[in-house]
Design a protein around this ligand. Structure first.
Ligand SMILES: [Zn+2]
Length: 411
C-alpha cells in the first residue's frame, strides 16, 4: 500500500526533523518544485477566473479573532497568544478575518462586486503531537484560499463557478473526488446563532448542488462554525476520507466586521462572503497526489520533467545544450551521464520522469533525440525542436496524456 510519508521520504520530496518539531515538515528541492508548479497552476486559474491576489500577515491581534468568532468557537485549535509589549498577538487559524479587513479598508460600490480576493497563505492549527504525521496532519498549513464578496443574487453563480474550477483542477491533477458532501450544522453549541441565516445559506448551497447535477450527500455536524459548506471528499491509500476542496457561504463575518457596499440606490448594503478553496491545503493536496500517482506525477507537476541520457561521454556537449534549451523553455531537466551507470540502469533510475531523452552518436550528429515516455512508449528519433515543442504544448495545457495524442511508436 502506498503511504505518502514513506514515498515522500524515498523520493526526496519532504521530511521532518525533531528539532523543528512534529507536524512541521520541510520541503526538499524536488518537493518544492512540485509545490511551485501546483501553486502556479492555482494562481493562473484564479487570475483567469477574475480573482486578484493579496498577501496578508500570519499574525493578528487576539481582538481580531474575538470579532471574527474564532476565539469563542475555535480557540482549542489555536496556538496560545503571544505577549508583545502589552499586546496579545495570535498565529492565525484562518485567512478570512484578514481578507474581511482588506475588503473593509477601501470603499466599494455594487459595480465592484463580485470582488474575488485570493491568497495562498499560511495558517496554524495547534494539533496535539499524537495525531501529527506526514503532510496530512500538520501544525503549519499553506492554504489555497479565496473570498468572494458579493450580493445575495450573485452567490449561486459564484459558488457554481467555484465548483467548475475544482473539477477542472482535479482533471489536470489526475485525481477524482470520492463524493460531494453538503455539510450542515449538528447539535451542540459550536455554531453561531441565526436560524434564518443558516436556513437561507443551506437552501442556496442545496440549489447549487442540484443544478450542478453532481451526486451528493448531506452530513450533519460538519459545517463551519459560521455557515454550511460544500465539501469535496477524497480517500487516501488507507481508505480514510478527508476534505480537499470547499465552498462555503457566510453571512456571519460580513456582519461581525460591518462590511458594506454602496448599492445602485445609493444606500449601504451588506455583502455576502463566499469562502472557497480549489485544492485545500497544499500539504494535503500533495499528500494525496503522491499516493494517487505513486510519485509518477502528471508531466506539468513532475519535479524533473525531462531526463537527459547521453549514451557516451562524446554526447555530453549535446546533453548540456539540450538542458539549456529545456531551461530556457521553463522545463525542468536533469542530465544523468554515463559515469552514473549503464543506459539501462539510468533509464530505470528515471522511471518516474515523464520524458527520457536519449542521445547517441547518430542523434547527436543529426540534432535529433530518441524519446521514451514514462508509460512505456518509445518514439522514433526526431528533431530536438519538434520534441520540445510537443512537450511544451502538453505541459502548458496541463495535459495528462504525456504525448497529447496516441504516439507514433517504434516497431
Ligand atoms: Zn475563509
Amino acid at each position: 500500500m502506498l503511504d505518502h510519508r514513506k514515498l515522500g521520504r524515498e523520493l526526496d520530496l519532504f521530511d521532518t526533523d525533531p528539532l523543528i518539531g512534529a507536524g512541521l515538515p520541510y520541503w526538499l528541492p524536488d518537493g518544492a518544485a512540485v509545490r511551485h508548479a501546483l501553486e502556479e497552476y492555482i494562481r493562473t486559474a484564479e487570475r483567469r477566473a477574475g480573482y486578484r491576489h493579496v498577501y496578508s500577515p500570519v499574525l493578528g491581534k487576539r481582538e481580531l479573532y474575538e470579532i471574527s468568532g474564532h476565539w469563542s468557537h475555535y480557540s482549542e485549535d489555536m496556538f496560545p497568544p503571544m505577549d508583545v509589549g502589552g499586546e496579545q498577538v495570535v498565529l492565525r487559524p484562518s485567512l478570512c478575518p484578514h481578507h474581511a479587513l482588506i475588503y473593509r479598508s477601501r470603499s466599494h460600490t455594487y459595480r465592484d462586486l463580485p470582488l474575488r480576493m485570493a491568497e495562498l497563505g499560511d495558517m496554524y492549527r495547534a494539533e496535539l503531537s499524537g495525531v501529527l504525521g506526514g503532510l496530512t496532519r500538520v501544525r503549519a498549513i499553506h492554504l489555497n484560499d479565496a473570498h468572494i464578496f458579493c450580493t445575495l443574487d450573485q452567490i449561486a453563480q459564484e459558488a457554481s463557478a467555484a465548483l467548475v474550477m475544482i473539477r477542472q483542477a482535479y482533471a489536470a491533477l489526475g485525481i477524482s473526488p470520492t463524493r460531494y458532501r453538503l455539510s450542515l450544522p449538528g447539535p451542540g453549541g459550536k455554531y453561531v446563532a441565526g436560524a434564518e441565516m443558516w436556513r437561507r445559506s443551506t437552501a442556496l448551497l442545496t440549489d447549487v448542488l442540484d443544478r450542478s447535477g453532481l451526486p451528493y450527500q448531506a452530513a450533519e455536524g460538519e459545517a463551519a462554525f459560521y455557515g454550511p459548506k460544500i465539501d469535496v471528499q477524497v480517500t487516501d491509500a488507507a481508505g480514510r476520507e478527508s476534505t480537499l476542496s470547499t465552498v462555503q457561504i457566510d453571512f456571519h463575518q460580513p456582519e461581525r466586521f460591518d462590511l458594506h457596499y454602496i448599492g445602485a440606490d445609493g444606500r449601504k448594503h451588506r455583502p455576502v462572503m463566499l469562502h472557497r478553496s480549489i485544492i485545500g491545503s497544499i500539504e494535503r493536496a500533495v499528500a494525496h497526489l503522491i499516493e494517487q500517482h505513486g510519485g509518477a506525477f502528471p508531466g506539468w507537476l513532475a519535479p524533473v520533467q525531462v531526463a537527459i541520457l547521453p549514451i557516451s561521454e562524446a554526447e555530453l556537449p549535446n546533453a548540456a545544450a539540450l538542458a539549456q534549451r529545456c531551461g530556457d523553455l521553463g522545463l525542468r531537466a536533469e542530465i544523468t551521464g554515463p559515469e552514473q551507470g549503464t543506459l539501462g540502469a539510468r533509464i530505470r533510475a528515471a522511471r518516474l520522469v515523464p520524458y527520457q531523452a536519449i542521445i547517441g552518436a547518430e542523434e547527436a550528429a543529426q540534432k535529433h533525440i530518441a524519446v521514451r515516455l514514462r508509460d512505456g512508449r518509445r518514439l522514433n528519433a526526431q528533431p530536438v525542436d519538434d520534441v520540445l515543442a510537443r512537450i511544451g504544448a502538453v505541459i502548458n495545457a496541463y495535459g495528462t496524456d504525456l504525448w497529447g495524442e496516441p504516439a507514433e511508436v517504434v516497431e
